[in-house]
Design a protein around this ligand. Structure first.
Ligand code: SF4
Ligand code: MG
Length: 329
C-alpha cells in the first residue's frame, strides 16, 4: 500500500527578484514499510520538500502545482487547522535538532502524553501509561521515573528518543525524518537509526529519510531520490543507484566514494556549487557543473525510465533517445 504520493509538485517562492520554482515536477511515492531516502547537497530542495509535505512552508512559498497525497487524500490545499491534526496524528516528524520539537518548560512525559489526549482522546491516566510505554519502546532507561524530567536533563541522543516517541505516539502511517542524526555523535547516530528501523518494521510505517549522508542511505534506505536544484534528477533502488548511477550529478556523488561517510558539503569531485534560488537556470539546473552539457540542456530534461518496471528514472538529456538532436531541431 502507498502511504505518500507526490504528484508533479511545484513549489514557488516569491523573491524580490521575481518568482522562482524551488521545486519543479517532483514525483515519487513511499510504500508502507518502505524507507525512501531523499539525498542531495544543502540547497538542493530537500527541506523545502519536507516543508511542502507537512504544510510548513514559509509565507513567501506556495505549492503552485501538483499534489501531496497521504494515503488517498490530497492534503496540499488543506487549511492550517486541518494540517495541525495531520502533523499530530498522521505524519510523524523527527528533525535534526530535537529541541525544536520539545518545549523546555514542560516535562518530557507530559509532552509525549499531549497528542495522545488531543488526537486519540485518552484520559490523563491512560495517556501517562501509554507515554511511559512509548518511552520504553524508544529505549529510554527507567522510563517511568524519567516521565517527570525536563528536556535539559536529557542528553542529545535521549532527547531525540523522546522526539521519536512523540512522533510515533499516534501511530502515523508516514514518518518524515529530516537529518535525524546529524547533530549526534557517530555511536548515538547508529543507535537512533537502528531504533527508527525497528519501529518502522513494527509499525509498518513509510519513512521519508532526508539526509546528505550516503552511508546512511546505503545502510537504512530501500530506495533513493537524488535531488539537485529543486529537481528530482534520479530515483532508483539503493542497489541500482549505487551500482549504476545514470545522472552526471549522481555519478559524481558516488565517485566521492569510498569515503561514503563524507559530508556532501565537502564534495570535491564536482567543481562549482548548487546555484542560489534566485539564479536557478530554466533548463537543466546542473548545467553549469556538468561535463556533458549540450545545447539542448538549456531546456528542462524530461524524466526517463531506465528499463521497464525498474522504477529507475533519470532526468537528463543524455538518456533521452535522440536527445542531443533536439538541440539542432
Ligand atoms: Fe548534463 Fe545536460 Fe544531463 Fe543536465 S541534461 S546533467 S547538463 S547532460
Ligand atoms: Mg527500513
Amino acid at each position: 500500500m502507498t502511504v505518500l504520493t507526490i504528484e508533479n509538485l511545484r513549489t514557488t517562492l516569491r523573491l524580490d527578484s521575481g518568482d522562482c520554482d524551488a521545486l519543479r515536477e517532483v514525483s515519487f511515492s513511499v510504500d508502507e514499510g518502505e524507507t525512501l531516502a531523499i539525498v542531495g547537497e544543502s540547497g538542493c530542495g530537500k527541506s523545502m520538500l519536507a516543508m511542502s509535505i507537512m504544510g510548513l512552508l514559509p509565507s513567501i512559498a506556495t505549492i503552485s502545482e501538483g499534489h501531496v497525497v497521504l494515503g488517498s487524500r490530497a492534503i496540499e490545499a488543506e487549511p492550517e487547522a486541518a494540517m495541525e491534526k495531520v502533523r499530530g496524528a498522521e505524519i510523524g516528524m523527527v528533525f535534526q535538532e530535537p529541541m525544536t520539537a520539545l518545549n523546555p518548560v514542560f516535562t518530557v512525559g507530559s509532552q509525549i502524553a499531549e497528542p495522545l489526549r488531543d488526537h486519540l482522546g485518552l484520559s490523563r491516566a491512560e495517556a501517562r501509561k501509554t507515554a511511559i510505554d512509548l518511552m520504553e519502546r524508544v529505549r529510554i532507561p527507567s522510563a517511568a521515573s524519567r516521565y517527570d524530567s525536563y528536556p535539559h536533563e536529557f542528553s542529545g541522543g535521549m532527547r531525540q528518543r523522546v522526539v521519536i516517541a512523540l512522533a510515533i505516539a499516534c501511530r502515523p502511517k508516514l514518518l518524515i525524518a529530516d537529518e535525524p542524526t546529524t547533530a549526534l555523535d557517530v555511536t548515538v547516530q547508529r543507535q537512533i537509526l537502528d531504533l527508527l528501523d525497528t519501529l518502522q518494521d513494527q509499525e509498518k510505517m513509510g519513512m521519508l529519510l532526508i539526509t546528505h549522508n550516503l552511508a546512511i542511505v546505503a545502510g537504512h534506505a530501500d530506495r533513493v531520490v537524488v535531488m539537485y536544484g529543486g529537481d528530482v534528477v534520479e530515483q532508483a533502488t539503493v542497489r541500482d543507484l549505487f551500482r549504476s548511477p545514470a545522472h552526471p550529478y549522481a555519478r559524481a556523488l558516488l565517485a566521492s566514494l569510498p569515503r561514503v561517510d563524507r559530508d556532501l558539503s565537502e564534495l570535491a569531485s564536482i567543481p562549482g556549487r548548487v546555484p542560489p534560488l534566485a539564479k536557478l537556470p530554466d533548463g537543466c539546473r546542473f548545467i553549469d557543473r556538468c561535463p556533458h552539457a549540450m545545447d539542448v540542456c538549456g531546456k528542462m530534461p524530461p524524466a526517463v525510465e531506465l528499463g521497464q518496471g525498474t522504477r529507475h528514472t533519470v532526468r537528463c538529456w543524455l538518456h533521452v533517445e535522440g536527445g542531443s538532436d533536439a538541440a539542432v531541431g
